[in-house]
Write a protein of this length. Structure first.
Length: 93
């Protein structure tokens, strides 16, 4: 999976903070857990940092399943990002 954040940047962009979360159900009561498995800060002047190529990366914070409680369970990955402007409100997506 490749992600291009270049369209998120304009004259009012200071930086974009992006992260990927993994959500899954665990335990006897099927409680929902959500953890961050990857994050990145992308600054406007560093255009080369606006691209994320996951074929060349691994998750920064891997999920360790010591008790094998995730075996056979569905894990959902979601991309989130926040646009930090030079002026104005922070937009969280």
């Amino acid at each position: 999976m490749d992600i291009d954040f270049d369209p998120c940047f304009n004259w009012n962009s200071n930086l974009v903070f992006a992260w990927i979360s993994a959500t899954y159900k665990t335990g006897k009561q099927d409680l929902t857990s959500s953890v961050t498995v990857y994050d990145k800060i992308m600054l406007r002047p560093k255009k080369e940092s606006h691209q994320i190529v996951f074929s060349k990366k691994s998750f920064e914070y891997p999920i360790t399943d010591v008790y094998k409680s995730l075996e056979g369970k569905e894990v959902t990955f979601e991309l989130h990002w926040e646009h930090m402007p030079v002026v104005g409100p922070i937009l969280k997506v």
